[in-house]
Design a protein. Sequence first.
Length: 347
Amino acid sequence: MVIVQAIFSLLSKMAGKVLNAVFGWAVIALFGRSSSKQQTLLTGLVGAAALWPLLLLGIGLPKVAALVIAFIPYSRHIPAQVLRAIWFGLAVAVPIAVGLVVASKAPPGSPRESFAKRVARGFPITAGIAGAFLVMFVVVPVLRLISVARGRQDEHVPMLTTGAGYETVAEMIDETLERHHLDAPRAAPAWWLKAPARILGFFGGRSLRGFMPAELAYWLGPGLELALYPSDLLIRGAKSKAAWAHGVLAEELTRGPGLQTLDVTAQKVEQQIRTLWTAVESDPSHARDSGDLHERYVAIAAALGQVEVPYDDWQVLYRETAQLGRAIDGEPQLLELALTSGHAPQP
């Protein structure tokens, strides 16, 4: 009996880890990667919405809901009407909370709505997230297993975009893939991208546009697949090909409007780098002789020794600062140099 209990406990823990992993994959598949704070918010949002259908079930079948959601056997001492009232209260509270959170955290450019409309909007948004999550909860593990079986891996480039910046980044990806002879033209979004987006758009309407555009930009070619989220660029393919695509895109997109850091403090430094990039590109022939540009560049480099950000973001800032230095000096970027000198790997 003890052995059986130990085995059951082990299987329960393994199932919990798998469930958490699948849940995390589904959240990323819906919204892309983002900062830890934003990811926590989106995870809570999706988690609450995912449970909402069960809360509705509790209104009609309070005993069943208590067992399914909380694994609590129904007690005869608790009237069914009391449980039904609890489930009803939660079923109303979750969409209200979702509506208010989505409205308060929507990126700049999202439509503003009255308090009553934000509260009311929470109900269709919750339904949309619940439906999209259900699709991704089933689909994502299958896609990952297929990728592993084919020897493919997923690469992620943080790419925070808002408004018109999203399409600008998409166009830069078009140009970069073509210039580096990476055969992955723009294509209609795959069904695993299209279905959740359409569900979210149908129920959530314009309120979720700040989190996800009506249609995600998508590229597909032999051994390479890309999807651009508002906060993340997914690159899927054979290891060497995905790694090279990751490198050239991260290098090229440094001068675009998308931010590759997730920490707020790091993003402020990155914005300064973007400002200098704009100044360099406006007059590249005089950038090398500009004392002002050099002083501002040295100030950014010095700030790297004082800024307190996660190491992954610090590495991005270091790389982008080094790239900016090459641009000021009129030197080509390293992977671009490999391409023009004929030393780039063959796709």
